[in-house]
Design a protein around this ligand. Sequence first.
Ligand code: NAP
Ligand code: G3P
Length: 481
Amino acid sequence: MFEEIRKNNIYKIFLDGRWIESENNIKIYSPIDNQFLGSIPAMVEKNVLDAIDSCEKSLISWKSICLFDRCEILLSSANKLFEYREEIANILAKEISKDYKSSLSEVIRSVDLIKETVAEAKRINGEVLFGDRMSSQTKNKLSIVSRESIGIILAISPFNYPINLSVSKIAPALIMGNTVLFKPATQGSISALHLIRALELGGLPKGIINTITGRGSVIGSIISKSKKIGMVNFTGSTSIGESLSKSFGMIPMTMELGGKDAAIVLSDADLEDAADNIVQGAFSYSGQRCTAIKRVLVMKDIAEKLKKIIREKVSKLTVGNPFDNCMITPLINNESADFVEKLINDAVEKGAVKYTTGERNKNLIYPTVLENVSLDMDVAFEEPFGPVLPIIEVESIQDAIDINNKSIYGLQSSIFGKNIDEIFNIAEKLECGTVNINGKSERGPDNFPFLGIKSSGIGVQGIRYSLESSSRIKSIVLNKK
Ligand code: NAP
Ligand code: G3P
């Protein structure tokens, strides 16, 4: 089934419904053991312009198909994705070093996401508004409000969820009648091309999705010169998000960017439960999640107890190969490991106490807890995207709120405690998109709104919200005589 998309282990470009060979390629190696996995197309300007043309040509026919039929096609694609889930999960685990079990659930979660996006699209079809709601308005006017496609949506996904964070952009865009120019992360492109093949096998009409692979730094400037892109839907780092928003100018954008999610642990918290959530939240997929818990703000009177429980739990984390379902696996590349190590060293030099279960081996960093962290350490505010958890002790709830808010990011926060009134008062003061009460920070369930404020993002994701942001409202006003 996947033979079509590669020749001699060189992957092809999906252009206008056909898989075509590329003249230039990039070699992809597994972060696990440096095994060669295949080459992906390094597309040049002509390829990119052809892909944009294909999206443009296909737009008219795709958006004129009725919603029900677009939904049926997406459901059929979801079924194909489910059929090939194990093959795709296997590639994903190798390509981004994610444990096999999580890789498989990522694919299955994406199938569910498509199905629920289809169901929700049928619910948000439109509405009729009457003009006599306001005293100054006439009752002779009514507005038929419908949703229409935006045009070509540029979907750019990051390395850490090559299937799910691609599907969460592609599915709402296509269902709402847009066409998609799809740029996966370079490390993640092999998984993403398999995804597109599975969707294609479900019966996608030609041209409604075209793949753009190659280094983002090269591709980005080519695409931004085109004035044909209707919207950008990006997940990735804040720095790239900022540069995209400058280069694409005044078009709608949805961006999921970096985070520095805090877990605030109050004096009356169930420490066992809080520590469970914190360790899972901080270390799953080796901390390479935007929603990972990236700092603990704990009340001083319970800090010693909490640190002890966290250390015990961290000592039991499994470290090694994704195919042994280890939680801590090699990071995506050596540069990421260098960055994490630098943050750890800076903290230790400034007085932090380090607890780790092993020493770095190439791009594998053992889970590390940093205690006695102070605000002058880089790790207090930087996003490591690795398996390191800084613990900051606070004197008061107000200190916790201030430190939480003293961040350029505002993705999520967690509060652990028992006094629900107190928790709500804190939650209202935290500057972030979502506050989790007695639970770790996380994006799902996928029908919940997911958003970051400040440097963590623009716009809202989540099934209904993504459908809304992937479409624009059209109001047709009827003047009754
Ligand atoms: P990244 O380096 O920003 O890359 C993200 C995507 O942007 C990749 O597809 C990348 O392609 C592409 N890209 C890079 N430069 C570009 C340019 N000039 N023009 C167009 N596209 C460009 O991020 P990452 O390393 O994949 O992911 C880690 C970061 O993403 C972290 O900061 C994390 O917090 C954030 N993230 C946030 C969320 C969220 O939901 N808030 C989710 C996941 C990740 P190449 O791979 O070819 O460079
Ligand atoms: O980093 C990806 C981000 O969207 C997190 O998703 O499901 O791991 O919370 P999740």
